[in-house]
Design a binder for this molecule. Sequence first.
Ligand code: ZN
Length: 301
Amino acid sequence: MRLRNTFNLGRGIPAGQLRSATVKFEASRWFVTLLMRLPLSLPASTPVASVGLDYGVKHTLASSARTVLPAPVATNKEAQRILFLEHRLARCVPGSHRYAVALAKLNTFRSRITRRIHDWRHKTTTDLSKNHGLIAAEALRAKNMTASAQGTVEAPGTRVAQKAGLNRALLEPGFGILMQQLAYKQAWRGHAFIQVDPAYTSQTCPRTGCGHVHQDNRPNRDTFRCVRCGYTDAADFAAAEIILRRGKQTFSAVRTAPALAAGPGRDCAPGASAPRGHRASHSRTKPSLRLSTQAKGIPAF
Ligand SMILES: [Zn+2]
């Protein structure tokens, strides 16, 4: 394979210096990943808007701006197709030619959906980063994620449970990547990305002056109703609001602490301190802050 050192990739991507090309074979297709050094132009002004993000399987992302950002997960038809291909694979003898063919078909079909989600993730995080000077999200809860992956989330009907399980399997490995993308995209622009303590975000009343914390504030999965003041909202939006407030608190605390605020671009390399799911199940994930006042690092895509 031959590549010229400088070329234009089109779609608004400026010409840059090619650093490396990685070729890989995945699910019966070849992919080339190009790493390029690009001139980075930062926007003249930092947007002042801030947003809190709550993530779950139902809506993928719910924002404090009262919007939901659903990932393009498997449709009913696709879920059925995957089930069919899995059953066919199960009937083949491992190691046989038929097994290899069935496995390749399943992987090809699955990877089509995961690529679609990957594309959505990049577009969504870019959009969020462009428009928000401060993004707050929960630090990943390894314990809860594992519990739901084992199927402890209540879901009526087996078909629904199967599809929910499939979508969890497709989405959950991506939450960490989503956080990483938000972190480095915010850092590029000199914006802030704050991961807050996830404890009780779903049980805390967002009404100003109330802030009551109780598990009974969640009469069911989708509703928030404060048992003290009666404030009612969709559970995702209430949680996103709490996350935003915690993010703002952390942000202003750090800004007023000179020792921390003095270090520009700390810890903003992609994946440098991204949360991973290997923590002990009882330790609460520590909230972390990635705050950058100057862009750093080479864009990689
Ligand atoms: Zn309340």
